[in-house]
Write a protein that binds this ligand. Structure first.
Ligand code: CA
Length: 222
């Protein structure tokens, strides 16, 4: 999913492991090491999912979560809870979390939960994302067109993933570049056009529409 994830975790080593695993999974990732920074980023950037440690310095995760939900921020949130702390899970879910993983956890489990939350957020019940003859499996990063595998670069994959999650909707170049690059990357909406061009050639089926002055739309019902 060409989607952006915020990792709010103060344990530097775990945060780095999470960021690496999520980036390898094709997501753009930003990290926040305390509650204030996480709150700032959530109010200034657009995320598709937040991985939130409840035990954060400055402002704790549960307070953040309640504030976000209270102010109408509906981004899916996966909380990280301390081992064996059942009351944290209950409070977290009551506070508006969509799912939780208890520490210590296997990275594979966290990634599977992230994929499931993102799928649900965009209305897919199946693990595969489909658009006409294009089938995409975010778990294995495989893309098939008419059953034949297509090799995409990580940026092309991110673009397609984002469009898949917004199929039928108009996505502007700016929105696309915001969701495929991490916060500190040099965002250039002109390169989006290049990725789209390559993606169209590689897919070979006319699923990506250009809407002059507006952006792109993935059309799957033809
Ligand atoms: Ca912590």
């Amino acid at each position: 999913m060409a989607l952006r994830i915020l990792v709010a975790e103060d344990e530097a080593r775990l945060a780095a492991q999470l960021a690496k695993a999520l980036e390898d999974g094709g997501y753009a990732v930003d990290c926040a090491a305390d509650g204030e920074q996480a709150d700032f980023l959530v109010h200034t950037e657009r995320y598709d999912l937040i991985v939130l440690d409840l035990g954060l310095p400055k402002v704790d995760g549960l307070t953040l979560l309640r504030n976000w939900r209270g102010s109408g921020i509906a981004v899916p949130v996966l909380i990280l809870t301390a081992r064996g702390s059942w009351h944290e899970k209950v409070q977290g879910i009551d506070g508006g979390a969509d799912d939780y993983v208890a520490k210590p956890f296997r990275m594979e489990e966290l990634l599977a939960r992230v994929r499931a939350l993102l799928r649900r957020a965009s209305g897919f019940a199946q693990p595969e994302l489909r658009c006409g003859e294009v089938v995409m499996d975010p778990a294995t990063a495989r893309v098939l067109v008419r059953g034949e595998p297509v090799r995409l670069t990580s940026h092309e994959f991110r673009v397609l993933l984002y469009l898949m999650h917004r199929q039928g909707k108009v996505v502007s170049r700016t929105e696309l570049s915001e969701h495929i690059y991490a916060q500190d990357a040099d965002r250039d909406s002109n390169t989006v056009e290049v990725f789209i061009g390559r993606l169209r050639r590689k897919l070979g089926v006319p699923v990506i529409e250009t809407l002059r002055g507006l952006g792109y739309r993935l059309c799957c019902d033809r």
